[in-house]
Design a protein. Structure first.
Length: 265
């Protein structure tokens, strides 16, 4: 079975930075025996043409002094990588699951971020607390009624609720929606292709970013959706992802495509 991503139209090619689609966002290295900015400098010297965004994740950077954080954001900007204004950040990611806010509060945060001149990127998981799932009678016209039930430990999959909440964030001005890898694309062998297809179909490829936890997952996304897909990867996977993006672009001839490792039987 072949896994081509479809046509070879000119528009499938990825533009130069700054890009609106085909975005590669990179996780910043967490720790280093050398100064953090020196380690990052070496990484960016190698991969910066292929990286659009640098993500400060898992809270490690909150332990750093402001001066060091500013050095890192300045370094990223020198390489044309987007990175609060006071510390040089460009984008704020809002993890809806961790924040655990009512939807109206989340939408107000999106509007506040946008009014401050920053980009907003809400992050959603496909599983919700069971108390957050609206009753069937409250689903008409996509309406969402705030639950009055107490929070529980039960997690329920509801991709339709994810999509509706993401759509309202986009309407409020969010620039892109990040999809948590958990229960969706954590591993290539258990990837939920049905959920991914539904999210892309409703939100659009250009407005969605998926967390690709390993090279096999990145490979699947590029095979299925082509170089336009937006992915968040570890810094160690940037070069491999760029190879995947470039290999099957329309500039490649038909013979090289059939010879590629992305055409499987």
């Amino acid at each position: 079975m072949g896994y081509g991503y479809g046509n070879e139209d000119e528009e499938d090619d990825r533009p130069e930075k700054p890009r609106r689609y085909g975005v590669t966002e990179m996780r910043s290295p967490f720790y280093s025996f050398r100064p953090a900015n020196q380690a990052l400098q070496e990484i960016l010297d190698s991969v910066s043409p292929f990286v659009d965004g640098l993500k400060f994740s898992r809270g490690c950077h909150s332990l750093m002094g402001k001066e060091l954080v500013r050095e890192i954001t300045d370094l990223a900007h020198k390489h044309d990588i987007y990175e609060c204004k006071a510390l040089g950040f460009d984008t704020i990611e809002l993890n809806a699951g961790s924040l655990n806010l009512p939807e109206e509060a989340l939408l107000r945060l999106v509007r506040l971020i946008k009014s401050s001149g920053l980009r907003a990127k809400p992050m959603f998981s496909v599983k919700f607390d069971s108390s957050d799932i609206p009753a069937s009678r409250d689903r008409a016209f996509g309406a969402y009624i705030a639950p009055v039930k107490e929070k529980t430990s039960e997690r329920v999959e509801d991709v339709d609720l994810l999509i509706r909440r993401a759509e309202r964030c986009l309407e409020a001005g969010a620039d892109m929606i990040m999809i948590d890898a958990d229960d969706v694309c954590q591993r290539a062998e258990s990837l939920r292709t049905d959920i991914v297809a539904k999210i892309v179909g409703r939100l659009g490829l250009d407005k969605t970013m998926f967390e690709a936890s390993n090279p096999n997952t990145s490979e699947w996304f590029v095979r299925r959706y082509g170089p336009r897909v937006n992915l968040f990867v570890d810094h160690s996977d940037v070069m491999n992802l760029e190879r995947l993006r470039g290999f099957n672009m329309h500039r490649s001839n038909l013979a090289s495509r059939y010879a590629s490792p992305f055409f499987l039987m």
